[in-house]
Design a protein around this ligand. Structure first.
Ligand SMILES: Cc1cc2nc3c(=O)[nH]c(=O)nc-3n(C[C@H](O)[C@H](O)[C@H](O)COP(=O)(O)OP(=O)(O)OC[C@H]3O[C@@H](n4cnc5c(N)ncnc54)[C@H](O)[C@@H]3O)c2cc1C
Length: 287
């Protein structure tokens, strides 16, 4: 199918883009890498009267470290983040997760901002952002605001962005010194969206787990932290028994929906498996 008719705007500055979004509101859609929006147009799942193509706006494609966080301009392509030595060194779970997004051609065009704004419940970047406690900067003609990942993803393909707001920057905390991590996902074929995915970090001192985060995607409408499992793991030795118990707690403690890709029971079992594997990786255990 061809997309429905739309007006096309290609602003050359951020201010022009924000003015267009302010003028058209719900009638406008931002076009970034087009890897989700263009298929949605072609299937007529989206019919925005106006497309605001942000690819010509300078200054939105930088990766930098700022005050303990990695900063990504909205137009940073997945491939550039995946191949960044800074990302690999300072936030390795993020680098690993990006490698699971679709295929190379999709990662060459798809953007960090687009993936986060699109908010697919099985997408890797929203999961890592929730697991690590990242945040996004939203700009509009009214000003800028930072939104924590825990407040940003509000439902299936839904976020806290207002219709006149442009996601201009995403920040992910660097991995804490001495922390270990694991990222695992299960999909039917390489490059497919995950049926379940987990991103975990572990910090240990004196033979005990002192801090951990367990992020899970693929079970419900938004990626979540398995908070009860995190609390249960802290203070343990982080050994195989503790990791098994935490994975079981994570799978039973979060909302999980069934759909055409798998029943709720199947997905719950997958969540337990990916959390266990991610925790075992982080803990240096062999499965
Ligand atoms: C075959 C296939 C497989 C894929 N597999 C995966 C996968 O395994 N994991 C995964 O995470 N993704 C996957 N994707 C999607 C891919 O990652 C996209 O890059 C991503 O979802 C959207 O990024 P984009 O830059 O292409 O955004 P676009 O498609 O341009 O936009 C997506 C949505 O976000 C909005 N938007 C974009 N940028 C901004 C912004 N800066 N501010 C506000 N709103 C904005 C758009 O208006 C639109 O609603 C797949 C896509 C395809 C086609």
């Amino acid at each position: 199918m061809k997309p429905p008719p739309f007006a096309y705007a290609a602003p050359g500055t951020r201010a022009e883009a924000l003015a267009l979004l302010a003028r058209h509101g719900y009638d406008a859609k931002v076009l970034a890498g087009g890897q989700s929006l263009v298929p949605a147009l072609n299937f007529r799942l989206a019919r925005p009267p106006v497309l605001v193509d942000i690819n010509g706006i300078p200054g939105l494609d930088a990766i930098a470290e700022r005050d303990g966080e990695l900063s990504f301009g909205a137009l940073v392509r997945h491939t550039d983040a995946e191949r960044s030595a800074l990302v690999a060194r300072r936030c390795p779970p993020l680098a690993k997760a990006i490698g699971h997004i679709g295929h190379r051609t999709i990662r060459n065009r798809g953007t960090i901002g687009g993936s986060i704004a699109h908010a697919d419940p099985a997408a890797e970047l929203p999961l890592v952002m929730v697991a690590l406690g990242g945040r996004v900067n939203a700009a509009s003609v009214r000003g800028e605001r930072w939104i924590a990942a825990s407040d940003f993803f509000t439902g299936y393909l839904a976020t806290a962005l207002e219709p006149d707001e442009l996601l201009v920057e995403a920040r992910f905390p660097v991995l804490a010194s001495g922390a270990t991590w694991g990222f695992q996902e299960y999909s039917r074929r390489s490059g497919d969206f995950a049926l379940a995915a987990a991103c975990v970090t572990l910090s240990r001192a004196g033979g005990k787990v002192t801090a951990c985060s367990i992020g899970v995607a693929g079970g419900g409408p938004v990626p979540v932290r398995a908070s009860a499992a995190e609390r249960a793991l802290i203070g343990t030795d982080g050994g195989s028994g503790a990791c098994l118990a935490a994975a079981s707690s994570a799978a039973s403690g979060i909302e999980i929906d069934g759909d055409i890709h798998g029943s709720a029971a199947y997905r719950r079992s997958l969540v337990e498996t990916v959390v266990r594997r991610a925790l075992w990786t982080a803990a240096g255990l062999t499965s």
